[in-house]
Design a protein around this ligand. Sequence first.
Ligand SMILES: C[S@@+](CC[C@H](N)C(=O)[O-])C[C@H]1O[C@@H](n2cnc3c(N)ncnc32)[C@H](O)[C@@H]1O
Length: 238
Amino acid sequence: MASDSSASPPRSPSLLTKEAYWSSFYTDEQHTYESSGNEGEEWFEGQVDNIVEWLVNDLIGPSRAPTLSVLDVGMGNGLFLARLVDEGFTNLHGIDYAESAVQFARRLMEDRRGDWPDGVSVRFDRLDVLACEEELRAVLREGGYSLVHDKGTFDVMWMRGQAGDDSAIEGYLRFLDCAVAAEGLFVVTSCNCTDEELQATFGGSFEHVSSLAHPSLAFGGQTGQVVSTVAFKRRQTD
Ligand SMILES: C[S@@+](CC[C@H](N)C(=O)[O-])C[C@H]1O[C@@H](n2cnc3c(N)ncnc32)[C@H](O)[C@@H]1O
């Protein structure tokens, strides 16, 4: 649920802001996969079909999918990128700071690769989005990606901000500067920020392109949007 940063006192950073939490999360997912074949959890699972349909049909256009380079930020088990392969994308890169996520995503892709057409390239690397610029540039595509996608990872930076540490949001903005190509798209889905908060955060270097309306929940007599998905385009610099 969206939080009101002006009204809430700073909270302790949640477990979800800890690398150790995600490391053990994806280690467990891989154990489950090896024993039962269950591929694991995708964040905002109930909204993912809508996000993919909107991304492909409204934002990009299906014919452009094979031509775009895509980066998924904090890809976890990598299932979102597997969905994009099914939609015709061919040039995909996932990064995550949890080594176990990278290992598991690679494992799942190896098992799926046989069903994919020739020419599909999917890569996973360990990278902390808050690393220094030199480390970021060593892993990220030179010149950036045509589409940078984030589902649930910016939320981790936002939670740190809510706990009084703005350095993660500032670091994330520096990361985007290295990651998004000139006039590239950045698409973010969050359950902690409202559409307005996302626009206020990214509006400096990016212009708002479109927002996806998700069904909202009524709670305590108030209606609020639970999940926000917003697309931005990198502003041209002179
Ligand atoms: C809420 S999960 C979302 C996973 C995936 N995007 C999905 O939609 O299922 C957040 C992910 O962000 C990763 N993450 C958190 N902080 C990160 C950081 N500083 N750098 C890279 N990845 C990070 C976590 O390891 C985790 O995989």
